[in-house]
Ligand binder design. Structure first.
Ligand SMILES: [Zn+2]
Ligand SMILES: [Zn+2]
Length: 354
């Protein structure tokens, strides 16, 4: 096939440290065995990509092509591939390779395999024109799901992981979601689909994101710099506190502010990543209230069909989530837009003819 000798432009984290990004030509990957070559349509910029850009995230592997939230069309398959064919519209889990032997792999909890290689972190990702994925990670898209919408599958799967696997969100639950960024807004929409009562919190600079949260179904939006969160929660829950809290802010201040507002025996799910490795957590409240404090890391195969189902059935406001799309060559502007903090989800479009 002619793509073998072709090259393509790619957004590359070249070395550790602030920025250290390159936009340069690399070879289109070769397809072997159980691998599938995908012509990328769209890639979402993730908060973790911004951490990587800023050098706050030590990428185990550099140089590496970024991009792990994507959609596209299959253009070539390896000789061992049987379930995916050329022309399929797909998205892929971020797992590129795992040991296949550890206890986590046996249970398909690939997000926990110590030898896992993920797309866009240890293995070249999708901020380019063609990305290589493994057959087992591929999900074929329903006809009514657009490529733009499918680029939300990965962050949505992370949210499904937090709400269905790391906790069991129920219809009658009252919850707090901290942080109205892309992850917070996706958590909100899953919670509303289930039917839970949601208090979404943010700070003053989140004003328009909080308004969007309201439009997406939040029962209450709280600017914690202006309103007293405790008063609101005590009123809504008859002093008991909420059943569950989901942090999508990575702010220790916000986490500690909310812990005493969790019902005794309630579950706190940590989804947001912190800048610092060590933080001063309110352990006292955690003990006294018998709180289950649970980490939620990435996603695994069980989350994806649910995420894709939610997208296809219209439970997620795709248009409301995606606020800007830039062609691949304008990747830097796209990253800057995300860092300015006024957009929700920004996508990069691959294979755009100049
Ligand atoms: Zn992501
Ligand atoms: Zn393993």
């Amino acid at each position: 096939m002619q793509t073998k000798t072709k090259t393509m432009n790619a957004v590359i984290k070249a070395a550790e440290g602030y920025d250290q990004m390159e936009f340069s030509e690399i070879a289109v990957p070769k397809v072997t065995e159980d691998k599938v070559l995908i012509k990328v349509a769209y890639t979402g910029i993730c908060g973790s990509d911004i951490h990587t850009f800023k050098g706050e995230y030590k990428n185990p592997t550099t140089p590496v092509v970024l991009g792990h939230e994507f959609s596209g069309e299959v253009v070539e398959i390896g000789e061992a591939v049987t379930t995916v064919k050329v022309g399929d519209r797909v998205t892929s889990e971020t797992t590129f390779s795992v040991c296949g032997k550890c206890e986590y792999c046996q249970k398909k909890e690939y997000n926990l395999c110590p030898y896992r290689k993920g797309l866009g972190t240890q293995q070249n990702g999708s901020m380019t024109d063609y990305v290589l994925a493994r057959e087992e990670s591929i999900h074929i898209l329903p006809d009514n799901l657009s490529y733009e919408g499918a680029a939300l599958s990965e962050p949505l799967a992370c949210c499904v992981h937090a709400m269905y696997q790391k906790s069991t969100l129920e219809l009658q639950d009252k919850i707090i979601i901290i942080g109205p960024g892309p992850i917070g807004l996706l958590l909100l929409q899953i919670a509303k689909e289930i039917g839970a009562y949601v208090v979404m919190t943010g700070i003053t600079k989140d004003k328009h994101r909080l308004e969007l949260a309201k439009k997406m179904g939040a029962d209450k939006i709280i600017d914690t710099q202006k309103d007293d969160l405790a008063t609101v929660i005590n009123e809504v829950t008859d002093q008991y506190g909420v059943d569950k809290i989901y942090d999508a802010s990575g702010s220790i201040y916000a986490v500690n502010q909310s812990l005493p507002l969790l019902r005794k025996g309630g579950t706190f799910v940590q989804v947001g990543l912190f800048k610092e490795k060590m933080n001063e957590l309110d352990i006292e409240s955690t003990i006294q209230r018998e709180i289950r404090y649970v980490g939620s890391r990435s996603q695994n195969p069980f989350d994806w069909p649910i995420a894709i189902h939610l997208l296809a059935k219209g439970a997620i406001d795709i248009q409301g989530m995606i606020t800007k799309i830039y062609p691949l060559q304008e990747w830097r502007t796209a990253f800057e837009k995300v860092m300015e903090g006024n957009e929700i989800k920004v996508l990069i479009e691959s294979n755009v003819k100049e």
